[in-house]
Design a protein around this ligand. Structure first.
Ligand code: CAP
Ligand code: MG
Length: 424
């Protein structure tokens, strides 16, 4: 067994193969074929020295079957992978290869997950339909906020901000990605006080309200926090899926499933490896992983203050919410075998003046989350939330914001403050 054995141009992948498209920038002195063979070898069952293993082992070797410019197509026998074990799958296709000296840059651009692998994961328990059912919101984006400053409020102050936002019209109040159980805002206190405020806000508005409560920690602690959420009657838990880890998310899916909690996935840390076009892994693959592992809603980007093109946000959205992805150029056809759609969450530098582009790009099956775009409103949180709902209503009725804002001070003041500028 040697590197060149992994180069099988013209091989026709089996339907059962897992397929990866890599973008490979070979190190000086290596041809693309040599670099590709090394990537296929290291991500399946080879190594640097020549081996003479029993013949049956070659059956598990990956095959480089197509090369076009910097892009390389690699087919992996599905037997190489442990069904249902995303950690093992990623240790294979997205593990040592990123550190190989034969490549200057390596980016995992696309994965085609075969049926056997897709079926080995649970997928979302609630998904778009389940979230809408919990919140009784049929046909508009879910309005969400995250108290800002992102951490620092005492639990009682946090609950008051939530009350002001809920009574202004948001459906969901989300913990920020780095708010968990700090001394100034202990998790159980926050849950208890927010649930009291939620009850009041539901009575005032006649609308369902809920929290996305951040349980991120080790699995044992997350399980305890999920139980606290359930005991107080909230229907959602939130997890920073990347800093919690691939092995943690299935446990969260398991115990949140038992407690009938929907899981909101935050993607903090993704830009460490999906932002650099020359090295790492694309966000749409993370979306598919989160969907397979069973997250119910997930941040997909928003054309706001954080990096992410329209094309990327759209691709993330399709992989989250479509049942089938058509193959084209560097996209491989993908069937999700009836896995429920994950609700796309858009956030990051958004305010009422610029959410229109999300409607144009994604439609209305999404969570629109505003932090600074609500709490930075000139007249405070409550008016910021009212302005968001007014902007959503304007887009849902197809009326221009300016026109719609006539006689609506909250939206008028938001547009006066931020116009249609995207914050940097
Ligand atoms: C947004 C946010 C979100 C990021 C996540 C923040 O606050 O709460 O975590 O937008 O990014 O902490 O920045 P603002 P993404 O609304 O005040 O910007 O959704 O792209 O994963
Ligand atoms: Mg945040």
């Amino acid at each position: 067994m040697k590197y060149s054995d992994f180069l099988r141009l013209g091989y026709q992948p089996r339907r059962s193969d897992l397929i990866c498209i890599f973008r490979i920038e070979p190190t000086k002195g290596f041809s693309i074929k040599e670099a590709a063979s090394r990537v296929a070898s290291e991500s399946s069952n080879g190594t640097w020295s020549v081996l003479n293993p029993p013949a049956h082992i070659a059956k598990l070797s990956a095959k480089v079957y197509k090369i076009s410019g910097d892009y390389v197509w690699v087919a992996y026998p599905v037997e190489l992978f442990e069904p249902g074990n995303m950690s093992q799958i990623l240790s294979s296709i997205a593990g040592n290869v990123f550190g190989m000296k034969a490549v200057d840059g390596l980016r995992l651009e696309e994965v085609r997950w075969p049926k056997k692998i897709v079926k080995s994961f649970p997928g979302p328990r609630f998904g778009v339909g389940g979230i809408r059912k919990i919140l009784k919101v049929k046909k508009r984006p879910i309005a969400c906020t995250v108290p800002k400053p992102k951490v620092g409020y005492y639990s009682s102050e946090h609950a008051k901000v939530a009350f002001d936002a809920w009574t202004g019209g948001v459906d969901l109040v989300k913990d920020d990605e780095n708010l968990t159980n700090q001394s100034f805002n202990k998790f159980e206190n926050r849950v208890r006080l927010c649930m009291k405020m939620r009850e009041k806000a539901e009575k005032i508005t006649g609308e369902r309200k809920a929290c996305l409560l951040n349980i991120t920690s080790d699995v044992f602690t997350m399980k305890k926090r999920a139980k606290i959420i359930s005991d107080y009657g909230n229907e959602f838990a939130m997890v920073d899926i990347l800093t919690a880890g691939w092995g943690a998310v299935p446990c969260v899916r398991e115990f949140c499933g038992d407690l009938k909690l929907a899981i909101h996935g935050h993607r903090a840390f993704h830009a460490a490896f999906d932002r650099n076009p020359h090295h790492g892994m694309t966000m749409d693959i993370l979306v598919e992983i989160a969907r397979l592992q069973g997250v119910d809603s997930l941040h997909v980007g928003a054309l706001g203050k954080l990096e992410g093109s329209e094309e990327t946000v759209r691709e993330n959205f399709e992989k989250a919410e479509f049942s089938h992805i058509k193959g084209k150029k560097l996209i491989l056809e993908q069937d999700f075998y009836r896995k429920k759609p994950v609700m796309a969450a858009c956030s990051g530098g958004l305010h009422p003046g610029i959410i229109g582009r999300l409607f144009d790009l994604l439609g209305y099956d999404m969570i629109i989350q505003l932090g600074g775009g609500i709490h930075g409103h000139p007249d405070g949180t409550h008016c910021g939330a009212v302005a968001l709902r007014q902007a959503i209503d304007a887009h849902m009725s197809g009326i221009g914001l300016k026109e719609y804002s006539k006689g609506k001070m909250e939206l008028t003041r938001a547009l006066e403050r931020w116009g249609n500028k995207t914050p940097k």
